[in-house]
Design a protein around this ligand. Structure first.
Ligand code: FAD
Length: 317
C-alpha cells in the first residue's frame, strides 16, 4: 500500500481537535480520600425533623470530619440549633459543630450559649456575625453585643479551647469596602484564633482557586474549605445569590433552562454540575469540602461518593 499522509480532519472532528488537548480529570482512586463536612439547618416541623434525621443517618457512615448546624437569621433558631446539636452528640458517632451568631444578643448572652455547648461536649463552633432577620435591612450590633465575627472569635477563645471555623467570601462580602478590606477581615478573624474558614458557595472553581491564592499571599495558612452548594432550584439560588454576593454564571442558567417543572431532570443536572465542580477542585489539589446539604442526603451523598468517600467499614474505605 502506498505511504499516504493522514489527511487532516475537517468539519466537526476538526473542531473537536482544535482546542487545547487537556488531560482527563484524575482517577478518584488515585486521590487521597477527601475530608468532608456536612451542613444542616435546624428543622421547623416534625416532617422536617424526620427529613433531617434521614439525611444525618444516610451521611453518617461516610465518617465526615464534622457536621454543622446553622443558627437562623437573627438568632431565631437558638433552641432548635441547640437541641439538634445535642441530639447529634447523644445519638450519633458524628462530631458536631454549632453555628453561633452575634445578632440580637449581648456578648454575655452569646458566650452563655457557647458555655452551654462546651458543657454539652461540643468543641467546634462556626463563629459568624450573622445577618439580621429578613426585612430588617442593615446589620446593627445589639447594644452590648459583638459588632463583628472577629470579636466573637476572641470571646470564644476565653471560654474554652474550641475549634473555631469562620466564614470566607471568595467573591467578597457584599458589605466589604473592597476585596482587600474583606481579606483583611478574614485574616483578623484567623489571627484572633479561628482555625479554619469555610467559604460562601461559589460555582466557578477558578473563583475559589484565585481566592485561596490571595489568602496565601496575605499570610493566611489555615484551611479555607470550599463550601459546595448543589443546586436543584435555580430560581431560588439566583434570588439568594443576589443577596449574599455570590455570582451565578451564565452557563448555570443555560443548564437549568426549560426544566423548572421537571424535578427529576433538575436533580440529574444538579448532580452533574456539582460533580464537575468538585472534581475540578480535586484535580487542583483540594481535598477538603464542606457540603451545604439543605437537609437532603441524595445529592450530598452522590458528591461525596464521586469525590471518593465510602462508608466506613465498606471494602476499600
Ligand atoms: C460558612 C458560612 C456559614 C454561615 N452560617 C450562618 C448561620 O448559621 N446563620 C446566619 O445567620 N448566617 C450564616 N452565614 C452568613 C453570615 O452570617 C453572613 O455572611 C454575614 O453577613 C457575615 O458574617 P461573618 O461572620 O462573615 O461576618 P464578619 O466577618 O464580621 O464580616 C464579614 C465581612 O463584612 C464586611 N464588614 C463587616 N462589618 C464591617 C464594618 N463594620 N465595616 C466594613 N466592612 C464590614 C467585611 O468585609 C467582612 O469581611 C454563614 C456564612 C458562611 C460563609
Amino acid at each position: 500500500m502506498d505511504q499516504m499522509e493522514t489527511p487532516l480532519p475537517t468539519g466537526t472532528l476538526a473542531r473537536w481537535l482544535s482546542g487545547p488537548r487537556i488531560a482527563a480529570l484524575p482517577n478518584p482512586q488515585d486521590m487521597p480520600a477527601p475530608k468532608l463536612s456536612f451542613e444542616f439547618f435546624p428543622p421547623k416541623s416534625e416532617s422536617m425533623e424526620k427529613q433531617l434525621w434521614e439525611c444525618i443517618r444516610r451521611l453518617e457512615p461516610l465518617g465526615p470530619r464534622f457536621v454543622s448546624v446553622t443558627y437562623g437569621a437573627g438568632g431565631t433558631t437558638r433552641s432548635r440549633t441547640h437541641s439538634t446539636v445535642a441530639r447529634i452528640v447523644s445519638e450519633t458517632s458524628l462530631t458536631p459543630a454549632a453555628h453561633l451568631t452575634t445578632v440580637g444578643a449581648t456578648k454575655e448572652e452569646v458566650l452563655e450559649v457557647a458555655r452551654e455547648y462546651w458543657q454539652a461536649g461540643v468543641r467546634h463552633i462556626v463563629a459568624l456575625r450573622g445577618d439580621p432577620p429578613a426585612g430588617v435591612g442593615k446589620y446593627e450590633p445589639h447594644p452590648g453585643g459583638y459588632a463583628q465575627a472577629e470579636d466573637l472569635v476572641r470571646g470564644l477563645r476565653e471560654i474554652g479551647d474550641f475549634e473555631i471555623s469562620v466564614g470566607a467570601y471568595p467573591e467578597t462580602h457584599p458589605e466589604a469596602l473592597s476585596p482587600e478590606a474583606d481579606l483583611d477581615f478574614l485574616k483578623r478573624k484567623i489571627d484572633a484564633g479561628a482555625t479554619r474558614a469555610i467559604t460562601q458557595y461559589f460555582f466557578d472553581a477558578e473563583v475559589y482557586l484565585r481566592f485561596i491564592e490571595r489568602c496565601a499571599k496575605a499570610g493566611i495558612t489555615v484551611p479555607i474549605v470550599p463550601g459546595i452548594l448543589p443546586v436543584t432550584n435555580y430560581q431560588q439560588v439566583v434570588k439568594f445569590s443576589a443577596m449574599c454576593g455570590a455570582s451565578v454564571p451564565g452557563w448555570m442558567g443555560h443548564l437549568f433552562e426549560g426544566i423548572d417543572d421537571d424535578l427529576d431532570t433538575r436533580r440529574m443536572v444538579a448532580a452533574v454540575a456539582a460533580a464537575e465542580q468538585v472534581r475540578l477542585l480535586q484535580a487542583n489539589g483540594v481535598d477538603e469540602f464542606h457540603i451545604y446539604t439543605l437537609n437532603r442526603a441524595d445529592l450530598a451523598y452522590a458528591i461525596a461518593h464521586i469525590l471518593g468517600a465510602r462508608p466506613k467499614g465498606a471494602a476499600g474505605a
